[in-house]
Design a protein around this ligand. Structure first.
Ligand SMILES: NC(=O)c1ccc[n+]([C@@H]2O[C@H](COP(=O)([O-])OP(=O)(O)OC[C@H]3O[C@@H](n4cnc5c(N)ncnc54)[C@H](OP(=O)(O)O)[C@@H]3O)[C@@H](O)[C@H]2O)c1
Length: 325
């Protein structure tokens, strides 16, 4: 089978597409014939050795896949051979086959196609966990989403609306903001051209926002923290800008606010039952037509470099997905 391999921790340009031996399931695992794989910002971080998780070399990036169960390993309780499934696997997905822990493999709703399924788990589960479990977002509160047209950002807009919040979406171009509007954002800020703090004062009548969802970091973080309302929560999701901001803690004291870390992968491992309940709620919302996963680009596996570049160079909207032949 074909797989994209990192033979060292290096720049994504040095990945190679190779012929490798077929996968076999270990104890408690299933092998999935991969049909589609979500492309994530974290794929590039893992390849460069800049992510929390450092797989043994060589490895394939690719954190979430959809496909068909091809083989069930000893002791695996989960979907049978032939079941259409999705799985969040951390790495390994840029390949025609993956071995995945059976307990983490989820059957697809009948109407969900493989591309949609591969775009689904990480972005939606992260935003749902962040807004529900970590921020405890309430109906009627104001939610500010940075990088709102990106993979996780757009799902935060959708889930924020489902939870009854007023959503202010920020992005760097008018076409990205138009997409956020289509996904339900109530107010828009182009943070490439507008003064974030001033616009937020205008939009909230000086009160500030209750929750900030920040997957970008960098220069927007401090104005966002300064724009929190009394008892506001600032969710640390990621640092797509490449810069980890340093926030003066006096701001947190003055606003009686909280800075809240979010690491969905760690939550899913530590609390699998709560995570499964969250995922089933998300798949229920999808089945009811309340979530509309947005895939702005699909690429065949061989064009993995272009797919990753679209994400890294800030061109993607919503998700990018690799499809197997
Ligand atoms: N904490 C968790 O559990 C968790 C889970 C999943 C992802 N994440 C993290 O969340 C972040 C976003 O992931 P994603 O998959 O949503 O990525 P994405 O689709 O690339 O979206 C990131 C957004 O960040 C903005 N951005 C600003 N500066 C950028 C730059 N220099 N390069 C790229 N994007 C830039 C872009 O929006 P504008 O152009 O509009 O600014 C882009 O749409 C990553 O750091 C990822 O590791 C964390």
């Amino acid at each position: 089978m074909k797989a994209v391999l990192a033979r060292e921790f290096t720049s994504p340009e040095r990945l190679t597409l190779e012929e490798v031996p077929a996968r076999h399931p270990g104890r408690g695992e299933v092998v999935i014939a991969v049909k589609a794989c979500g492309v994530n910002f974290l794929d590039a971080l893992i390849v460069q050795g800049k992510y929390q998780l450092k797989p043994a070399l060589p490895f394939s990036p690719g954190a979430e896949v959809a496909g068909i169960v091809r083989e069930v390993g000893e002791g695996a309780t989960g979907p049978a051979v032939g079941t259409r499934v999705l799985a969040s696997i951390g790495f390994g997905g840029y390949a025609e086959e993956v071995a995945a822990e059976a307990a983490r493999v989820i059957p697809l709703p009948p109407q969900m196609d493989f591309v949609t399924a591969a775009a689904f788990p990480i972005a939606y589960a992260t935003s749902h966990h962040a807004l529900k479990d970590r921020a405890q977002l309430e109906a009627g509160e104001t939610l500010l989403v940075l990088g709102a047209a990106g993979g996780v950002g757009l799902t935060a807009v959708e889930i924020g609306k489902i939870m009854g919040a007023r959503v202010i979406a920020c992005a760097s171009s008018e076409d990205k903001l138009a997409l956020c509007r289509e996904y339900g954002a109530d107010a828009l800020i182009n943070y490439a051209t507008a003064d974030l703090r001033e616009r937020l004062k205008e939009l909230t009548g000086g009160r500030g926002v209750d929750v900030v969802y920040d997957p970008v970091g960098g220069a927007y973080a401090e104005p966002a923290v300064r724009s929190l309302a009394f008892e506001g929560r600032y969710l640390v999701i990621g640092f797509a800008s490449g810069e980890i901001p340093k926030i003066p803690l006096n701001l947190v004291l003055l606003k009686t606010s909280s800075i809240v870390g979010v690491f969905w992968g760690a939550f899913a491992r530590a609390q699998p039952e709560r995570n499964a309940a969250n995922m089933s709620q998300l798949l229920g919302w999808y089945t009811e037509g309340r979530l509309r996963p947005h895939v702005s680009g699909t690429y065949p596996l061989a064009r993995y470099g272009e797919a990753l570049a679209a994400v890294m160079e800030r061109r993607a909207k919503g998700k990018v997905v690799l499809v197997m032949d």
